[in-house]
Design a protein around this ligand. Structure first.
Ligand code: ADP
Ligand code: MG
Length: 371
């Protein structure tokens, strides 16, 4: 919290009016289900983007990122004419929030914003939603817009999908908004409702492979298309309405594999929720999820497979890739980062992979005002 506040005072020359925060997230289970009107079970983590902000006397909005040591600037009066193509890189996420709010009426003042994040960028822990949700929550408060959480989630998603041009569902935003300590957020993308589920499973370790697959975006678009085609063939609005029997009888080849992942993954989410509510073990469901993502959805990679295998060989009761796959992070349950650190580094070194990064996360509070 202090970094954003301190940097705000240095850069702006006065104190911020308030400090807001929005966490990153880890998806426990329910992968590639969001755009299939399915189920996912993410939780907000104890790493967040902190936003220090205060009104300005003019109509300028200035956002400074301490992570990148860069500033993005825009004028609210020109908002209606903004073209995403005129903005580059991270400023599309930050200023995209203003664009997605759309309304700022003439009376609203400009704002100085300083953001500082300890969510690693581009690692699959959703630093992008932490940034857009954090800024949206701050602006809602400062401008007194009275937005509810669903509206804030949609604004943050619009900033990312509509302005920054990165297609995404609503999972990251809803997890960042609805998270609570000791809980995961069950999201039903058909009804767009959320429900808290107790998540008290001991240490949760994130294994960051630090791999960014060159074709990750292309693969994501390809999987989305395959799911749409599969649903159309089955004559259902989305794969949420498809059954495993239908998938096995009416589809074949690659399309069947893609659809089977989605249908079985929704079932695994339901089972995970039921077991967590009874305080029963869920590790095997995470392992099945990983195998389905690896074999049917084909979005794993050698680094993610090795991270999962090494975790399971060293005391983890469950492990799987988390996030869209083809790089990024895996999550492991039931063993500590201290236990996994040495074997994982060794296994990665032997395979000739970049040194991985490990840290423990715990289910934490969602976005809101901190001070
Ligand atoms: P992830 O959400 O998994 O971290 P993304 O590629 O979706 O990865 O989003 C990362 C992008 O979000 C960064 O490349 C940057 O443009 C933007 N971003 C996130 N957090 C910050 C931050 N604190 N400062 C500046 N830009 C950020
Ligand atoms: Mg992201």
């Amino acid at each position: 919290m202090s970094t954003a506040a301190e940097r705000f005072s240095d850069l702006v020359g006065r104190h911020p009016e308030g400090i807001w925060g929005a966490p990153g997230r880890v998806n426990l289970i329910g992968e590639h289900t969001d755009y299939n009107a399915g189920l996912a079970l993410p939780f907000a983590i104890d790493r967040a983007t902190v936003v220090a902000a205060a009104r300005r006397p003019d109509r300028t909005v200035r956002v400074y990122s301490t992570n990148l040591d860069e500033q993005a600037c825009a004028n609210l009066d020109e908002l209606a004419d903004w073209d995403p193509g005129e903005f580059v890189g991270w400023s599309r996420y930050a200023l995209g929030v203003l664009w997605a709010i759309k309304l700022p009426p003439p009376g609203l003042p400009g704002v100085d914003i300083v953001v500082s994040s300890d969510v690693p960028l581009r690692s699959g822990l959703s630093s992008s939603a932490a940034l857009t949700v954090g800024i949206a929550v701050a602006l809602d408060d400062i401008w007194g817009l009275g937005l509810d959480r669903q509206e804030i989630a949609k604004i943050a998603q619009q900033a990312e999908a509509g302005f920054a041009g990165t297609p995404c569902g609503l999972m990251d935003q809803l997890a960042a908004l609805e998270g609570k300590p000791g809980a995961a957020v069950l999201i039903d993308f058909l009804s767009l409702t959320t429900e808290l589920v107790p998540l008290e499973v001991g240490p949760l370790v994130v294994l960051n492979t630090r791999v960014e697959h060159a074709n990750a975006d292309g693969a994501y678009a390809d999987r989305r298309r395959a799911c749409e085609t599969a649903a159309a063939r089955l004559g259902v609005p989305s794969l949420r309405q498809a059954t495993l029997t239908q998938v096995e009888q009416e589809l074949n080849g690659q399309l069947q594999k893609r659809a089977r992942h989605v249908v079985t993954e929704n079932e695994r989410v339901k089972q995970t929720v039921a077991r967590l509510r009874q305080n029963a073990a869920v590790g095997d469901l995470l392992v099945s999820s990983h195998m389905s993502l690896r074999d049917d959805y084909e979005v794993s990679c050698p680094e993610l497979d090795l991270a999962v295998e090494t975790a399971l060989a060293n005391g983890a009761t469950g492990a799987r890739l988390t996030g869209a796959g083809l790089g990024g992070c895996a999550i492991a349950l039931g063993t500590g980062a201290d236990v996994l650190a040495v074997p994982l580094s060794k296994a990665f070194a032997e395979a000739g992979f970049r040194p991985p990064e490990l840290f423990t996360v715990s289910p934490s509070r969602g976005a809101g005002r901190l001070a």
